[in-house]
Design a protein around this ligand. Structure first.
Ligand code: HEC
Length: 122
């Protein structure tokens, strides 16, 4: 009986995961996780408010990007932001101090939500 309940729970969880990863990715599945990832990974360098002054970013050269910089926002495409999040700065000729997030390569909805978070500072 107990095993049946555990199995049913696992199947439901698997179905739930499938649904979110095959969704449109715009504002759905990835948003909550992106929020959590931004706070735990990105804000250490880019700052909780995206101003590029997180504690781990202060000593870096170049400094982490200030997402409020309108000229920078206008100069980058959505694809470039998605790629730098997945593959890191070195992949697009920027600083290797901007780290890659290989675990997000299979989570496009989270990458899109992170990019929307970055764009929201515009
Ligand atoms: C270890 C510090 C560090 C962490 C952690 C970090 N970044 Fe960065 N990031 C940088 C630095 C430094 C740059 C500036 C690279 C340059 O201008 O050459 C940068 C640049 C960027 C850019 C601009 C790229 C461009 O085309 O100009 C984006 C977008 C970005 N980071 C997003 C993120 C996101 C989203 C996260 C969390 C998943 C993150 N970063 C985590 C250090 C960091």
């Amino acid at each position: 009986m107990r095993t049946t309940v555990v199995c049913a729970t696992l199947i439901l969880m698997a179905l739930g995961c499938n649904r979110s990863s095959s969704g449109s990715g715009a504002s759905g599945g990835g948003a909550a996780e992106a929020q959590q990832i931004f706070t735990s990974r990105c804000a250490t360098c880019h700052g909780q408010e995206g101003t590029g002054d997180g504690p781990a970013g202060a000593a870096l050269t170049p400094r982490p990007r200030n997402f409020h910089d309108g000229a920078w926002q206008a100069s980058v495409t959505d694809d470039q932001i998605d790629r730098v999040i997945r593959e890191g700065g070195a992949a697009i000729g920027k600083s290797p101090l901007m780290p890659p997030n290989p675990d997000l390569a299979s989570r496009p909805e989270v990458v899109v939500a992170l990019r929307q978070r970055v764009r929201a500072y515009r």
